[in-house]
Design a binder for this molecule. Structure first.
Ligand SMILES: [Zn+2]
Length: 492
C-alpha cells in the first residue's frame, strides 16, 4: 500500500487587509517533504498519524509539502499557485513508477486566493486528474470552512473537527487516516452525503446548546455503519459562493442512509441557530465588570476581544479595550493588568533595538484597519524580549514571532510580530508573566482560548470591541456569498 500526504491550509477573511504570501506560510509552518516536525499542528495531525500507522503496518508513506499560514486576507495568486504546483509535482513524482492507493490532504478549507474562489477544490481536482478515479482521496477540514461542490465531487472522504475550540484535531486526523486505509483495504464502502442548511452562524461547542449537538454527533458515530459525521459551520468572513453551514455524513455502503443522517443533523443545527454564542458585552461594560471582579479578588478575570481575533484573519492589533482600561483603571486601583497580545511588528523592532530595561517613546497598535481604535503613544519600559516566542495549543506549538513585554501606567502589554490568537495561558509565561498573579488578562480570540483559560479563571468576559471583523452577515457587503441564507433572509 502506498499513501501520499500533503496540504495547504489557511483561512481567508475577504474583508481583512492582511495579504497572505509565501513568507506568511514560512512564518507559521512550511514543511518540505519529510521535514514536518514530530508534533502535529492544527491541520497536519493526519500526517503524524500516517507516520505512526505506516511504521506499525509497514506501508509506504510518501510525504509532500505541508504548510499553514495564520488566517489573514486573500492569498496571493503567486503564493497559491506555487504551493499547489509544488504538491502536484510531488504527486507526479510519486506515481511515476508505481501507482498510489490513497492520498490524504491536510487542509483547512477556508482559503480564498486571488483568481481562485475555491483553491482547495482546485487542488483536489488537479490531483484527481493526475491519479484517476480509483485512488482514494481523503481530507481533514476545519469546520470554519466552505464546503464547495468541487471538493465534494473530487474527494472520497471529508472529515472536519467537531469541537470549537478544536481540541479534537488529532482525533480527526486519526479518523480520516483510518477511513482512507480501510477504504483502500476494501473493508468499507464509504458513501458521502451533504445537507445544505442554508444558514451561517458561529457555534462554540464549549457551551449549550452546541455541546449537546456535538455529543449527538459523537454518539451517532459509535454505530459501526456511520463512518463519519461532520458539521461544516461555515466561515462568515469568507466571501465565498459556497459560504454556509453544511452537514457531511459518510455511511458504510448506503447512500440513502447517509443522506437521511445528514438531513437529520441539518435539521438539528437549524433548530439551534442564533442561540449558540455566549452573551457578548461592549468594552465599557466588559472593563467595568472586570475591574469590579478584580477589586473583589475574583482573579484573574479574562476579557476576550472576541472579534479582533487573528484566528479569524484580522490583524489583532486593536486597542479599544486597552484604551478603555487606561481610561477606567485609575492608578490607585493598583490592579495588575496584562494584555496578550497586540500585533505590531514595527513596534517590536523598535523594542529589540532599544533593549531590555530601556525607557522609550513608542507608538503601537491599531495601525492596520479602521474601527480598531487609535494607536497608543506612551513612554514605555521594555521588560522582556523573546526572539522566538510561542504558545501551546494542546500538543502543537503556535509561533508568536519576536515579542516584547512593555509596561506603562501599571499596564503590561505583549506586542508580537507573528499574528496569533490566544490559545493557552502559557503565552503570558512565555514572556515572563505568571497569569495566575494577574488581576485582569486581556486576550484576542473568539473561543479557542476557552478550553485552557477556563482552567485558570472563573470569570471570562466575551467582549465586542470595535468592528474589525464582519460578524453580522445581515450587514456585511458580500459580493459572492449566497444571499438566500439565514440570517441574511429569514427562512424556516
Ligand atoms: Zn476553525
Amino acid at each position: 500500500m502506498r499513501i501520499f500526504v500533503a496540504g495547504i491550509a489557511t483561512e481567508s477573511n475577504s474583508f481583512s487587509p492582511i495579504f497572505i504570501g509565501l513568507e506568511d506560510f514560512e512564518a507559521s509552518l512550511y514543511a518540505a517533504p519529510y521535514q514536518h516536525p514530530d508534533t502535529p499542528t492544527l491541520c497536519t495531525a493526519a500526517l503524524i498519524e500516517l507516520r505512526k500507522r505506516a511504521n506499525k503496518e509497514n506501508f509506504s508513506l510518501i510525504e509532500g509539502t505541508t504548510c499553514w499560514a495564520d488566517p489573514g486576507g486573500l492569498v496571493s495568486r503567486h503564493c497559491f499557485e506555487t504551493l499547489r504546483d509544488e504538491i502536484l509535482e510531488q504527486v507526479k513524482a510519486a506515481i511515476k513508477d508505481e501507482p498510489l492507493d490513497g492520498i490524504v490532504l491536510c487542509l483547512h478549507g477556508a482559503m480564498i486566493a486571488q483568481g481562485y474562489d475555491d483553491p482547495e477544490g482546485n487542488l483536489i481536482e488537479e490531483i484527481r486528474k493526475l491519479v484517476g478515479r480509483k485512488v482514494i482521496i481523503g481530507a481533514s477540514l476545519d469546520p470554519h470552512s466552505h464546503l464547495t461542490d468541487k471538493r465534494f465531487k473530487y474527494a472520497d472522504l471529508l472529515c472536519a473537527f467537531k469541537e470549537f475550540p478544536h481540541t479534537d484535531f488529532e482525533k480527526t486526523g486519526a479518523q480520516i487516516v483510518d477511513l482512507v486505509i480501510r477504504t483502500i483495504k476494501g473493508e468499507i464502502d464509504p458513501q458521502m452525503a451533504m445537507f445544505d442548511c442554508k444558514m451561517i452562524d458561529v457555534f462554540p461547542s464549549s457551551r449549550q446548546p452546541m455541546r449537546q449537538f456535538v455529543d449527538d454527533m459523537i454518539e451517532a458515530e459509535t454505530k459501526p455503519e456511520v463512518l463519519a459525521l461532520s458539521l461544516i459551520h461555515g466561515f462568515m468572513a469568507g466571501d465565498s459562493p459556497w459560504m454556509g453551514t453544511k452537514v457531511i455524513s459518510i455511511y458504510d455502503g448506503n447512500m440513502q442512509n447517509a443522506e437521511q443522517l445528514a438531513k437529520d443533523f441539518g435539521k438539528k443545527i437549524i433548530a439551534i441557530r442564533g442561540l449558540a454564542m455566549p452573551d457578548i458585552t461592549d468594552q465599557k461594560l466588559a472593563v467595568k465588570k472586570a475591574i469590579d471582579l478584580a477589586l473583589n479578588q475574583q482573579t484573574p478575570v479574562v476579557i476576550s476581544d472576541v472579534w479582533d481575533n487573528p484566528g479569524g484573519g484580522v490583524a489583532g492589533d486593536g486597542t479599544i479595550i486597552l484604551q478603555e482600561l487606561l481610561d477606567k483603571n485609575k492608578i490607585e486601583n493598583k490592579l495588575k493588568i496584562c494584555i496578550g497580545t497586540i500585533w505590531d511588528p514595527i513596534a517590536v523592532k523598535h523594542c529589540f533595538k532599544a533593549g531590555i530595561g530601556a525607557v522609550i517613546p513608542l507608538r503601537f497598535g491599531a495601525k492596520s484597519a479602521p474601527y480598531t481604535g487609535q494607536p497608543i503613544d506612551k513612554i514605555i519600559k521594555i521588560l522582556k524580549l523573546n526572539a522566538i516566542a510561542q504558545q501551546n495549543f494542546g500538543v502543537s506549538q503556535v509561533p508568536m514571532g519576536a515579542s516584547a513585554l512593555i509596561e506603562f501606567k501599571g499596564i503590561k502589554v505583549i506586542i508580537n510580530s507573528t499574528r496569533a490568537q490566544a490559545f493557552e495561558p502559557n503565552l503570558f509565561e512565555e514572556m515572563g508573566i505568571n497569569p495566575l498573579e494577574q488581576d485582569i488578562l486581556v486576550i484576542k480570540s473568539t473561543n479557542h482560548f476557552y478550553a485552557a483559560f477556563q482552567k485558570i479563571s472563573n470569570h471570562i468576559i466575551y467582549c465586542d470591541a470595535g468592528k474589525p471583523y464582519p460578524n453580522n452577515p445581515k450587514t456585511t457587503a458580500y459580493k459572492k456569498a449566497p444571499k438566500d441564507i439565514w440570517p441574511i433572509v429569514d427562512r424556516h
